[in-house]
Design a protein around this ligand. Sequence first.
Ligand SMILES: Nc1ncnc2c1ncn2[C@@H]1O[C@H](COP(=O)(O)OP(=O)(O)OP(=O)(O)O)[C@@H](O)[C@H]1O
Ligand SMILES: Cc1ncc(CO)c(N)n1
Length: 268
Amino acid sequence: MTVAKVLTIAGSDSGGGAGIQADLKTFQELKAYGMSVLTAVTAQNTLDVHGVYPLTVSQVEEQLDAIGADLKPDALKTGMLFSAEIIEAVASKVKQYEINNVVIDPVMIAKGGAKLLQDEAIEAVKEHLIPLATVITPNIPEAEAITGLTLNTIADRKEAAKHLHELGAQCVVIKGGHGEEKEVIDIIYDGETFTQLLNERQYTENTHGTGCTFAAAIAADLAKGMSFLDAIRVARAYIQAAIEDDLHIGSGHGPTNHWAYQNRRVKV
Ligand SMILES: Nc1ncnc2c1ncn2[C@@H]1O[C@H](COP(=O)(O)OP(=O)(O)OP(=O)(O)O)[C@@H](O)[C@H]1O
Ligand SMILES: Cc1ncc(CO)c(N)n1
């Protein structure tokens, strides 16, 4: 049996809905073997982020060296990277260990408003991270912060996608969760063609970690050899099920339901 191995480089969410925890749950549900490199510990629940504690660059590098020496990932997802120093170290190790199928979720701010990326690190995202991306998955505010554009319309979002492609990402997904439209519109650009994935907007508080989960699902299916468009379509179905069949955990923005997608596929 060939097992697809997928690595997440991200922060820990003690509340279990986002970050490393969301990524590993998603990998498991999509039948890929999950590995993790921690960049930071957050003290976090569904209401708020109480504290952010980054690891040192050498601690991040040592984890990547341990994996690189033994367990070559078939795909990588990056989430919260926190600082320019960690971004540069991660980019250099990704090149050293020749990791392909790289999904970059350029995490900047938690739903409660806490900063998960330092402002001065945006330049490092552009210079060191985006050129490695097979797929980059910004939400609307993240795409605005990286491109400097204001994204009001679908045409604005397409312009931003072109900009991110020019910075070196092979495929760009501008996620529509933060948009105003009745339907959620994710815009995909591969350098030639725009594809729009439309889904019914769910009116729920339980959307903590949607971005992490979506990007992790893309990485899991890239690791299994799917094309990026197919992997994005499956990821869209995975996150839609996870939002629809919500769990009502916690009293703030609750987590999504990571087993909903498989639940629907299991015939009883
Ligand atoms: N209310 C919703 N109903 C349906 N789909 C949604 C909803 N909110 C987000 N999504 C989908 O979930 C995925 C993640 O989108 P979103 O824009 O919320 O990411 P995000 O802001 O990075 O998430 P987070 O920072 O909370 O992890 C996208 O595919 C998006 O279309
Ligand atoms: C650790 C971590 N990563 C990402 C997010 C964004 O959802 C979060 N809230 N926490």
